[in-house]
Design a protein around this ligand. Structure first.
Ligand code: CA
Length: 332
């Protein structure tokens, strides 16, 4: 009895001393909750698209600042370590921990991905933010993403894009018939209903294709990004709006297990950095687009709205595509 009692006192004593040490000297506890973490984030974009690529840089900077530089996320431009359009796959299979990409690039896997970026005649950027942050959008979209082993958060928005550069003005629906138009992803399925022949061409190859007349028109982003590629010199009609992306939202994506394994404070840093980058990108676009549009117009660009007739026909075609897609895809 005595021995046992002595042992108990001894053990309890050591225990309380250890407790006092941990409470008084906080270092060990901090070291555990703030581990050194290094992630790679592959972007689907080139550094020349500084507004979009810049969101990955901002994300990285904010995460480092909020964690006293203990959590470092290094961004890489599209193609540096992973091909631009395989960013999601690289997160899914664990090649990288994170990606900055546009979900509609993956609409070929499932058209439901398009809702993560923009759908024709869909929401504008403010509606998207309202849906994502206050309408259950983040949770709903992650229900879908979990089949790909990925967790996603809104990561920037271009705002409404332009309709693009056309060698000849589109006045009627008939003018769309046979038009060879460089246009991204899901929008092409809508335009095909009106006779457009969608072309998939990487950014750097668009200018020569327009110049030679291999294609009749091309859409890219908006004045600030389009100006750098010089389309106005070879296709002066600048139509608007880009009704297929009334607000193109980007996403930061993370391997679900990688994200879940982070300390709670780092998860909060990730959410905060993503939200900051999401807001910052559109603020920057709204600052740089108007002066770029003025420069383009003074350099000869002819700004023209799509006619009501064209808009109505495209809207009707979009709704047909939605009805057809929904009928065979419950997630969509
Ligand atoms: Ca576009």
């Amino acid at each position: 009895m005595t021995i046992k009692r002595r042992q108990f006192i001894k053990t309890a004593g050591i225990g309380s001393l250890a407790g006092a040490a941990a409470g008084g000297v906080a270092m060990p506890a901090i070291a555990q909750s703030a581990p050194e973490v290094r992630w790679r984030m592959t972007s689907s974009f080139p550094k020349s698209l500084d507004t979009i690529y810049g969101a990955a840089e901002m994300f990285s900077r904010v995460v480092a600042e909020l964690t006293d530089n203990r959590f470092q996320v290094q961004p890489f431009a599209g193609g540096e370590i992973v091909p631009a359009l395989q960013a999601l796959d690289a997160v899914q299979n664990g090649t990288v921990e994170a990606a900055h990409t546009a979900m509609y690039y993956y609409w070929g896997k499932d058209p439901t991905f398009a809702f993560g970026t923009a759908v024709p005649f869909g929401m504008n950027s403010r509606m998207e933010d309202a849906w994502m942050y206050y309408g259950g959008g983040i949770d709903l979209f992650n229900e879908f993403l979990k089949d790909y082993n990925v967790y996603g958060l809104p990561g920037g928005n271009t705002g409404c894009q332009m309709g693009g550069w056309f060698r000849k003005e589109i006045k009627t629906v008939a003018d769309l018939n046979g038009l060879k138009f460089r246009v991204g992803g899901f929008a092409g399925t809508v335009l095909q209903k009106l006779g457009v022949v969608p072309q998939v061409i990487a950014g750097g190859d668009i200018y020569p294709a327009l110049e030679k007349g291999t294609i009749d028109a091309a859409e890219w982003v908006g004045p600030y990004d389009d100006e750098k590629l010089g389309f106005n010199k070879v296709a002066p009609i600048y139509h608007y709006p880009g009704w297929w992306e009334g607000g193109a939202m980007l996403h930061f994506t993370f391997g679900i297990e990688k994200f879940n394994a982070l300390p709670k404070a780092y998860q909060a840093a990730v959410r905060t950095a993503a939200m900051a980058a999401n807001k910052d990108m559109q603020a920057k676009y709204d600052a740089v687009n108007p002066p770029a549009l003025k420069r383009l117009i003074s350099a000869g660009a002819q700004l023209k709205p799509f006619s009501q007739e064209v808009m109505a026909a495209c809207s009707k075609a979009a709704n047909e595509v939605y009805a057809e897609t929904s009928a065979k895809n419950a997630k969509f």
